[in-house]
Write a protein that binds this ligand. Structure first.
Ligand code: UT7
Length: 321
């Protein structure tokens, strides 16, 4: 039995913030952001566009694409680092808003790698015959975690949600998956909860995202290069067998390095970074939905996904669509 992606959906907030608008808030420029990162604009959630709301909208689209009803889902997994509540989980709230009958529902916290972690867990449930249809959603409201006076972080991120339905299938779906953690990365990328802020910090008031970007960058390139080698080896494939790279959208230079490692032209890499910014866990399902809906990724093609984020945590999967 294989776990196969049978439908995708996404949601992006209406409001868009361009680099030029950002340059009026902090000392930055469109030129710096495009050259060093590759972002032109990002979507920002309004007051009512909560993490749960965006997850709900993306899930509805995924149900439509997979042609199944919410009541047919027997597991819900939400990947988020920006949940509306510390408890209950976003997945619990989503079960109620989508009117999905009693089934396991939980969140996964693996920062930017949350989606690939959620897919890996869903795959295990399906392969063990414990679930037939799994709703996996990644939803992030990064804008609420940003210090809008810190140009080294506030220009990088955006808000949005992506969802997939994974269903039991006789034909190959997720054919290789790998996850890794190096827990020594706490200081170079984190967002403290208000509670942690009280316990560990006395000098600032708010719980903002902080990152030492160039340290994260170096770790990301070396870890992801090894990851793609492992994924291909597990699947007994070579780079030539991969039709599309669907990477986490953090930095154009990271995407480029991984594409080079795979010997892939950039025309085979799904790049939404320019328009979405870094939407953390949501970036891969947003890119996947974009590429499927725009007829880039076609049925029967093989994709490779990879993500890297706070933890440090990284992972990815190879799937036949
Ligand atoms: O998704 C989770 C994982 N996250 C990532 O993978 C992010 C990985 N890191 C990166 O993508 C890059 O490190 C950044 C885009 C965050 C930063 O790029 P960088 O080339 O590593 O720049 P830097 O931090 O080394 O800073 C270079 C210069 C500094 O100025 P000086 O000291 O050379 O005078 C910064 O102050 O660029 C300056 N700078 C900016 N200038 C204009 C930093 N941010 C900005 C900005 N606008 N927004």
């Amino acid at each position: 039995m294989f776990a196969k992606i049978t439908g995708t959906g996404s949601y992006l907030p209406e409001k868009i913030l361009t680099n030029d608008e950002l340059a009026q808030l902090v000392d930055t420029s469109d030129e710096w952001i495009m050259q060093r990162v590759g972002i032109k604009q990002r979507h920002l959630a309004g007051e009512n566009e909560t993490t749960t709301f965006m997850a709900h909208q993306a899930a509805l689209k995924a149900f439509e694409a997979a042609d199944i009803k919410p009541k047919e889902v027997d597991l819900i997994i939400v990947a988020t680092g920006t949940a509306d509540y510390l408890m209950p989980s976003t997945a619990s709230i989503l079960q109620q808003t989508l009117k999905i009958p009693n089934c396991p529902a939980f969140d996964i916290g693996a920062a930017c790698s949350g989606f690939v972690h959620a897919v890996d867990v869903a795959k295990q449930y399906i392969e063990n015959n414990s679930a037939k249809n799994v709703l996996v959603v990644a939803s992030e409201r990064m804008s609420r975690t940003l210090n809008w006076r810190d140009r080294s972080t506030c220009v990088l991120f955006g808000d949005g949600a992506g969802a997939v339905i994974l269903s039991a299938s006789d034909t190959p779906g997720i054919i290789s998956s790998a996850l890794y953690t190096n827990g020594e990365g706490l200081d170079i990328l984190n967002i403290k909860t208000p509670l942690a802020k009280k316990l560990y910090d006395t000098h600032t008031q708010d719980a903002f995202l902080t990152m030492e970007g160039n340290k994260v960058f170096k770790q990301a390139v070396s870890s992801l290069s090894q990851l793609v080698t492992d994924l291909l080896k597990n699947a007994k494939l070579t780079p030539k067998d991969i039709d599309w790279l669907v990477p986490h959208q953090a930095n154009y230079r990271i995407l480029d390095a991984i594409a080079k490692k795979l010997n892939m032209p950039l025309s085979k890499v799904v790049i939404t970074l320019k328009d979405h910014g870094n939407t953390s866990a949501a970036s891969i399902p947003l890119a996947l939905d974009y590429a499927i809906k725009n007829n880039m990724i076609k049925e029967g093609q093989t994709i490779l996904t990879e993500a890297f984020g706070a933890g440090l945590v990284w992972g990815g999967f190879i799937a036949v669509i």
